[in-house]
Design a protein around this ligand. Structure first.
Ligand code: PEP
Ligand code: MG
Length: 889
């Protein structure tokens, strides 16, 4: 079949299906799928994303054939609906909506009621017998079309409407009569003409092509671009355009419009969840202008609401709706987020998609669905984005802390945050850039606020429901949010809000809890999160499927315990230098560095050694039975010395070492690019007594633990090794010290000696290093900087421009450069195994907590990754996903 640009759908029949998201966009593909399932979908057709891509690649030219295809499909639509586009007696009206491959809520344009003009509005009146309704649709259409397609500011319409309301003495739109709407519409059209110098378009076909082009154009608006960047959505995907016959939720009190989730997207509870408005049109619910009602009686009662739920006010349609959404959840085997309209008692489904959910809900839903047998445990694991587990690990309010609640709204997005009050997105961006924590407080948010929402720690809105823009976007971004806090009166222009008789000003600190909806005065104490059973279940399943072990990078007992609690199977990197910065230790370390000769160094090391021995003992005890990889001293010595003249004077005074000597030695040791210089094992080679002392401490600590009935598994790791001679020397030194300690203590124990692979030469010579190294741990922080020749410390300055220009897809220090650095790793793995088939292989750079890098480690056959304690759960899940994905290929 030759390529076509338009795909049609109507209940019971569709050209497309749910698998065609890339071509039809998410909305279009799911409308087709719902139509095939014979669900009540208003008929329509979808213009493909390829047409949009063509439009951008060809100077805003429509592809050849598109106009004809749209004409043909419009004619079919007229036949299906038995209405005519532009037909004065029986007008077909359509909605024109964007719909990209990935959901981009509210970022692109939509036009409703298209096809209305001065003549068809009369037809709509005749058909419905309701001129007020017809005129209300027409004025909505003029406003929306003028704003979205013709670029007229919506405030101009609001000003006209407000003037009329003042003149008529009414406050709400529903009190405006048909006659008055006629006058308002006349004023609208006059204003459009004076702004644009031409009449509001009356020809429905002109209207349609204007709207199609506007939707294409909205793919490149600022907020869509920003949203794409934030969510890694490629610019060249384009958007589809969905053209669908209109159904009306605003045709009286047997009509309604709403949104629903088949399970609660905030908590994961399995009850149907959502909101609806009687006698309202499409965007009214999400726009947050009127506060919507609950769908079910139970939800209404739980909320202590009075206005009737849909279940109570439209019981028959509700029953049909419930069956429909159950069908959808079972069909898609995932929670659905649906939009629907009831037109005079008849249900229509306008959209379905897999629901966005909080990490807490994602866990609960995945576990529940697996237990219900709807999905397998493997699928449950694959459904959780490891990155979002981070949200669960975030602090929450200490329930015991005193708090003064100043307002309450809806718990729209969980988590707690404190910060300064700001009232505009611009302020949020500005203050956040200056390092301030801010809470964005608004009447309601709109897509223009997206940068401010991103910059803020949390968001509060006075209006809108759980599916308002603020709620949906905050949840997606992982920002805590309280919406619909109606008791707050916000005076943004004065920089203050009032609530419960008090006024709060710009810059004052508040705290909000997005899980309860409470807003509190001041900063409230936070506590570490309590993990749900669902979290433990997912972690247990992850452990069943993963092959990689997850270790932690930890040097303090507290970190080691946290890591163990998160399920780490040992320590993959203990950076011993981090143990030296305590006030009481640094002096001895400086004495060691400043010593004139070996004897002086040994004297100072003798002071440090017992402290190290104690540290190692604790780590071995905590990690009883598990490996503990201890890396000997790595950083350049000048890092331990004072830098400024003030610091030098202070150290000279407290240490008793002369300022002149201190200054001279600091100069001698400082290097311009210390990340590459006299550091790592080069210290151990040039000053063997340093490593000797560390080894003494660690072997003695291990014997101490052994004697105490413990089971220590030390792995001694040498940093920044480049040559087999270094490795052989360091390995011999390690074995010599072990022998001496074991002989003195009358005990032996198993241990391993290995190296980090942090330099390209180490990777190239891995076969030789493996002659003496029993394990390799890829130090991908250093390996990345030495492979690219960029510094970990200052490359931030040009990395961002590099990422913006598309030279780097991601920061290579965050996500492993699998092509380049990855090639070195693969080579080292192969060479290491060739020499020593049972060589133990791991990775301990920051990449050990990055899901994409973890998948790579799985693929190349490493035994473990090691990451910071809080990332251990993320890594466990990512490792399971890598294993499941590899098995299903
Ligand atoms: C590395 O280089 O990847 C590493 C883990 O060591 P450090 O970050 O301490 O240099
Ligand atoms: Mg390193």
């Amino acid at each position: 079949m030759s390529k076509h640009w338009v795909y049609a759908f109507k209940a019971g029949q569709a050209d497309g299906d749910a698998s065609m998201k890339a071509l039809l966009g998410g909305k279009g593909a799911n409308l087709a799928e719902m139509s095939s399932l014979n669900l009540p979908v208003p008929a329509g057709f979808t213009i493909t994303t390829e047409a949009c891509v063509h439009y951008y690649q060809n100077n805003s030219e429509l592809p050849a054939g598109l106009v004809d295809e749209v004409e043909t499909n419009l004619a079919h639509l007229e036949k299906t609906t038995a209405k005519g586009f532009g037909d004065v007696a029986n007008p077909l009206l359509v909605s024109v909506r964007s719909g990209a491959r990935a959901s981009m809520p509210g970022m692109m344009d939509t036009v409703l009621n298209l096809g209305l003009n001065d003549a068809t509005v009369e037809g709509l009146t005749a058909l419905t017998g309701d001129s007020r309704f017809a005129l209300d649709c027409y004025r909505r259409f003029i406003t929306m079309y003028s704003n979205v397609v013709l670029g007229v500011n919506h405030h101009s319409f609001e000003d006209i409407l407000d003037d009329h309301k003042d003149r008529l003495g009414v406050t709400i739109d529903t009190d405006i009569t048909a006659k008055d709407w006629e006058r308002i519409i006349a004023d609208y059209k006059a204003m459009v003409k004076s702004e644009l110098g031409r009449d509001f378009p009356q020809d429905p076909k002109d209207q349609l092509w204007g709207a199609i082009r506007a939707v294409f154009g909205s793919w490149m608006n600022d907020r869509a671009k920003f949203y794409r960047k934030m969510h890694d959505i490629p610019e060249d995907w384009g958007t589809a355009v969905n053209i669908q016959s209109m159904v009306f939720g605003n045709m009286g009190n047997t009509s309604a419009t709403g949104v629903a989730f088949t399970r609660n997207p905030s908590t994961g509870d399995s009850d149907l969840y959502g909101e609806f408005l009687l006698n309202a049109q499409g965007e009214d619910v999400v726009a947050g202008i009127r506060t919507p009602q609950a769908l079910t009686k139970k939800a209404r009662e739980d909320m202590g609401e009075r206005s009737l739920s849909m279940e109570e006010s439209l019981p028959e349609v509700f029953a049909q709706f419930k069956t429909t959404v159950d069908t959808l959840e079972n069909h898609y085997r995932d929670v659905q987020d649906v939009e629907f309209t009831v037109e005079q008692g008849k249900l229509y489904m306008l959209q379905t998609r897999n629901a966005k959910r909080t990490s807490k809900a994602a866990l609960k839903i995945a576990v529940d669905m697996a237990k219900e047998g709807l999905i397998t445990p493997q699928e449950a694991l694959m459904r959780i984005d490891p990155g979002t587990l981070d949200q669960l690990l975030h602090p929450m309010l200490d329930p015991k802390a005193d708090k003064t609640v100043i307002a309450k709204g809806l718990p729209a997005s969980p988590g707690a945050a404190s910060g300064k009050i700001v009232f505009t997105a611009e302020d949020a961006v500005r203050y956040a850039a200056a390092g301030e924590d801010v809470i964005l407080v608004r009447d309601e948010t709109s897509p223009e606020d997206i940068k401010g929402m991103y910059a803020a720690k949390a968001i509060v809105t006075a209006r809108g429901g759980m599916t308002s823009h603020a709620a949906v976007v905050a949840r997606g971004m992982g920002r805590p949010c309280v919406s619909g806090a109606g008791e707050m009166q916000i005076y943004a222009e004065r920089g203050e809000f009032a609530s419960r008789g008090q006024t709060y000003r710009h810059g004052e600190i508040i705290t909000l809890d997005g899980s309860t909806g409470e807003i509190m005065k001041g900063a409230i104490r936070m506590i570490e999160p309590d993990f749900s059973e669902d979290f433990h279940q997912i972690m247990a399943w992850a452990d069943d499927y993963k092959r990689l072990d997850i270790r932690a990078n930890a040097e303090t007992p507290a970190d080691a315990r946290t890591a163990l609690g998160f399920g780490a199977k040992g320590i993959g990197l203990c950076r011993t230098e981090h143990m030296f910065f305590d006030e009481d230790r640094i002096t001895a370390v400086r004495e060691m560095i400043l010593a004139d000769d070996e004897a002086g160094r040994r004297k100072a090391l003798a002071k440090i050694e017992p402290m190290q021995r104690k540290d190692f003992t604790e780590l071995f005890q905590i990690m009883d039975g598990l490996p503990v990889t201890i890396r000997l001293l790595d950083p350049p010595l000048h890092e331990f010395l004072p830098h400024t003249e003030e610091d030098i004077a202070h150290v000279a005074e407290t240490s008793g070492i002369g300022a002149d000597k201190l200054y001279k030695r600091t100069k001698e040791l400082s290097e311009t690019n210390p990340m590459l210089g006299w550091r790592g094992c080069r210290l151990g080679i040039t000053f063997p007594e340093i490593y000797e002392s560390q080894l003494n401490a660690l072997f003695n600590a291990a014997v101490d633990v052994l004697e105490g009935g413990g089971d220590p598994h030390p792995e001694i790791m040498h940093p920044l090794v480049a040559t087999q001679e270094e490795m052989a020397k360091l390995s011999a030194l390690t074995h010599d010290v072990a022998k001496i300690v074991f002989a003195a203590r009358g005990k032996t124990l198993a241990y391993k000696v290995g190296t980090m692979i942090e330099l390209p030469r180490a990777a190239l010579m891995a076969n030789r290093l493996a002659e003496t190294a029993e394990f390799f741990s890829f130090g991908t922080n250093d390996l990345t900087q030495t492979t690219f020749g960029i510094s970990r410390d200052d490359s931030g300055r040009f990395l961002n421009p590099y990422i913006e220009k598309g030279i780097f897809e991601k920061d290579p220090f965050v996500s492993l450069d699998q092509d380049g650095v990855g090639a070195l790793i693969e080579m080292a793995v192969a060479k290491g195994k060739a020499t020593r088939p049972d060589i133990k292989l791991g990775l301990c750079g920051e990449h050990g907590g990055d899901p994409a890098s973890i998948a790579f480690c799985h693929k190349v056959g490493l035994a473990y990754v090691s990451c910071s304690p809080y990332r251990v759960p993320v890594a466990r899940l990512a490792a399971a996903q890598a294993a499941i994905a590899a098995n299903s290929q």
